[in-house]
Each structure stands twice: as structure tokens, then as C-alpha cells.
Design a protein around this ligand. Structure first.
Ligand code: ADP
Ligand code: MG
Length: 423
């Protein structure tokens, strides 16, 4: 009788150390010849190299992580009566041949801090059972190398499909993304790094999973009170009694500034950071992920990637201020007990509507017959109304993932047969 075990490794085992591949400048693939054509076998992330590998010992373990297998079993057609040949095909190890099972092997860079690695693995453990989050099969350490083993999710590179996405495609994509966010946020976890490469989406399957919890954290674990979570009366009182209010607006900086600098977690990816992260809010919430998801939607609607392309946080603020205007940026800064001042002439008081931004970026303001404007359709306007809710500068007013799933944009999902499915 075969012994089937749960795949929790007690003792470390050998991991093949690849030779440095000089042509690519990073490790080789380990030469899995069973790669499906056109698929990359190795991807470099920000903090790791991820390999696709075949799970040769699949049958020796309990595989409760294997959602695909569960679905296949559920929908499997009745067994065929009798094999024509009666001879079962065997693989090179003498085992009955079955469809190969793939895993993703995430080799976390050895320079990552042990706390960061532990945090990622612990959070993945907490998120076990969430259907839209990539589960952790196991993890192990071999000397200084930590490796996480995850189910392999086939996905398509965002850059290969986002320009062709129709509004119904976007609705399906974002329903999947917000379902994942709702699951993660319900556990009080913020992902902090929502962006296309961390949401593995397969357009043909119309489903995606969230990966990369390397920067994720439990809400309010490392936070200090911020004015944004006080009542507006208390906020006004505290701001008015601050030194800055007493001294008045000044141009320039003190030569020797002895005030302690404001510290807040600003981890994330350029262009996807919410304004409260840029303003160093010390009490950040799950709403920062909603902003980043909004950036993905803006990218798709405007057909421009990356949409925001700043070199640092100040440039990022300028980009956001250009769209939202100084009035709203000042109100946003005030919310977190800080100030926003600019003399850049291209940043106006009121900014521009998202509809205008999308019209300009897709060249529709003069793209019609005889240079006429091509206005947004009703369904595009619905998408923009949803985007407006993701881009509320005040995080407490920004839509939550759970509310988003009730928004008409995500509620009426049009499937390929063009019938409207009300969810
Ligand atoms: N389970 C998986 N299945 C398939 N590809 C994956 C999987 N996990 C990660 N990848 C690929 O590896 C890349 C980097 O992985 P990620 O977890 O985001 O690491 P990093 O922290 O280095 O960004 C992803 O963008 C994706 O292309
Ligand atoms: Mg990543």
C-alpha cells in the first residue's frame, strides 16, 4: 500500500544549485525539457526567482492544495469502458503516466531579511483555504536558501492582453481580483503590492490568483495613531495647535531641522502607491490595495502601461496632483496632519476628471469623423464611476473590496455568450 503523506518537510533536502548562466546573467532553469512551448520556465521577481517544475512525487503526498484536480474530479466525464490496448502507459520511472503536475519553486533571494521571509510564509499559512490566493504547499531552508513551493498557475503576461480587453473582460478580471482582495482583507491582511505581476490571471479561464505576500502585513500591527482616523473636529483642533500653524506658511526649509522625521511603511511598487502611503500615514489600512487595483483599471482603460511613471515619492505626488488638483491634494495632506504646497504651473486647482484623462490617453478627444470627439459609452462610464470610488483620496471614503463586489460594475458580469449574469 502506498503511503500518502502531507507535504510538510521536517528535514531539509537537497536543492539542485544551478550553474550561473552567463548569457542571461542569472541562474539557469535546471533544464526541465517538459516545458510547454512558449512558456517561460523561470521568472525573476523583485525578491526572488521563480521556477516552473514538474512535481514528480505528486502521488506520494496529500494534495489538498490542488484546486484544479478537485475541479476535474467534480466535473469528470464517466470512465471509459475499456482501454483499447489494455496496456497502461508507463513513464520513465515505471509509474502509470498521468497528466504532469507542475509547481512553482520560489527561491527567495538570500539577501532578503529573515523577518521578511518569515512574514511572507506566515501570512500564506494564515491565508490557507482562501480560494483566490495561491496556497503554500511547503517551504524549506537549505543553508542560507529559503524555498517556497507553490502550485503552478498558468497565466498570461498582462502586457499581452490588457490593450485588447473589452469592458466585459475588465468586469470579469476585476471581479476575480476584488474577490481575492475581499478574502485577504477579511483576515485583516493588507497585501501592499497589488499590481499586474502579482495577480496571475489567465484570460481564457477568466480566473486569477493573488501571489507575493512578501510585503503584506496584518492591519495595525506596526502602526501609530494618525490624524486621518480622528474626527474632523479633533483633527482641526490638533492641526491648529501645531507648530506649523503657529509659525505660518514659510517658503524654504530650516537649515538645521531638529524635528524627528515622520516614519511610515512605504513599501510597495512605484506608481501603485496610494496617496496616504506617499503622505506617510502611520495608520495605513487595507484601502491601500484598493487604490493600487484602481491603478490597474486606469492602466487598462487608458491603454497605457505603466500609467504612473515616477522616479520617487515627490514625483508620484506630482503625478497624482496633476489629475486630482491641488485643492483635493491639500485636503488629503491635511487629513494626515501634513501640508501639500506646489508652485508647478501645470498643476491646477481642480485637476481633470478621469473621463477626460481616459479620452486623452486613448486619443478619443479628436479621433472621430472629422476630428470629432468619440465619447465614452455607457458601460465605459460605469467603469469610470467604479474607478472614481477606488480613487477616493480619503481612505475612509474609498470603496472596500466587499462593497466593490456590490458595485454595478462588478455585479453585472457579461459572459462570453453575451448573456448578462447577475451575481
Ligand atoms: N504560483 C505561481 N505560478 C506561476 N507563476 C508564479 C507563481 N508564483 C510566482 N510566479 C511568477 O513569478 C513572479 C515572481 O513571483 P513573486 O511571488 O511575485 O515574487 P517576488 O517577490 O520576487 O516579486 C510572478 O510575477 C509570476 O510571474
Ligand atoms: Mg512579485
Amino acid at each position: 500500500m502506498a503511503i500518502v503523506r502531507s507535504r510538510h518537510v521536517k528535514e531539509s533536502f537537497e536543492i539542485h544549485n544551478d550553474e550561473m548562466d552567463e548569457s542571461s546573467g542569472h541562474s539557469g532553469t535546471g533544464g526541465d525539457s517538459r516545458a510547454e512551448e512558449g512558456e517561460e520556465m523561470e521568472v525573476d521577481g523583485t525578491f526572488s526567482t521563480v521556477y516552473k517544475a514538474e512535481d514528480l512525487l505528486y502521488d506520494a503526498y496529500v494534495n489538498d492544495w490542488d484546486m484544479e484536480e478537485k475541479e476535474n474530479t467534480k466535473w469528470m466525464s464517466p470512465p471509459l469502458k475499456k482501454r483499447r490496448t489494455g496496456v497502461q502507459e508507463l513513464d520513465e520511472y515505471g509509474q502509470p503516466r498521468r497528466r504532469p503536475k507542475y509547481v512553482a519553486i520560489k527561491k527567495i533571494y538570500v539577501t532578503s531579511s529573515p523577518m521578511r521571509i518569515l512574514n511572507e510564509l506566515e501570512l500564506l499559512n494564515t491565508l490557507r483555504g482562501c480560494n483566490s490566493v495561491c496556497p503554500l504547499i511547503t517551504a524549506f531552508r537549505s543553508t542560507d536558501q529559503v524555498v517556497a513551493v507553490l502550485p503552478y498557475f498558468r497565466h498570461t503576461d498582462f502586457r499581452d492582453y490588457f490593450r485588447q480587453m473589452t469592458i466585459p473582460d475588465m468586469q470579469i478580471y476585476f471581479r476575480s481580483l476584488f474577490t481575492a482582495l475581499a478574502e485577504v482583507h477579511a483576515k485583516g491582511i493588507l497585501h501592499r503590492d497589488i499590481k499586474p505581476t502579482n495577480f496571475l490571471y489567465e484570460p481564457n479561464k477568466q480566473r486569477g490568483v493573488l501571489v507575493d505576500f512578501g510585503l503584506a502585513e496584518k492591519e495595525f500591527t506596526d502602526s501609530k495613531p494618525c490624524l486621518c482616523r480622528e474626527s474632523s473636529a479633533e483633527r482641526r483642533r490638533r492641526v491648529q495647535s501645531s507648530i506649523a500653524a503657529a509659525v505660518g506658511p514659510s517658503t524654504g526649509y530650516p537649515r538645521n531641522d531638529s524635528r524627528p522625521s515622520r516614519r511610515a511603511n512605504r513599501a510597495g511598487t512605484r506608481g501603485f502607491r496610494a496617496p496616504e502611503v506617499l503622505f506617510k500615514c502611520t495608520e495605513q489600512t487595507t484601502k491601500i490595495d484598493i487604490w493600487s487595483a484602481g491603478v490597474i483599471l486606469l492602466t487598462i482603460l487608458s491603454k497605457r502601461f505603466p500609467f504612473f511613471n515616477s522616479a520617487d515619492d515627490v514625483e508620484a505626488m506630482i503625478e497624482i496632483a496633476t489629475i486630482f488638483g491641488t485643492r483635493r491634494m491639500k485636503a488629503c495632506a491635511y487629513l494626515h496632519g501634513t501640508y501639500f504646497e506646489t508652485s508647478i504651473p501645470t498643476i491646477g486647482q481642480t485637476g481633470f476628471s478621469l473621463e477626460k484623462i481616459i479620452m486623452w490617453s486613448t486619443c478619443r478627444n479628436g479621433g472621430g469623423e472629422g476630428g470629432a470627439e468619440v465619447p465614452l459609452t455607457a458601460e465605459e462610464k460605469l467603469a469610470v464611476s467604479f474607478l472614481d470610488r477606488c480613487f477616493e483620496l480619503d481612505p475612509s471614503k474609498r470603496i472596500s473590496a466587499e462593497e466593490a463586489l456590490e458595485h454595478p460594475f462588478l455585479l453585472e458580469v457579461h459572459h462570453e455568450d453575451d448573456e448578462i449574469t447577475l451575481l
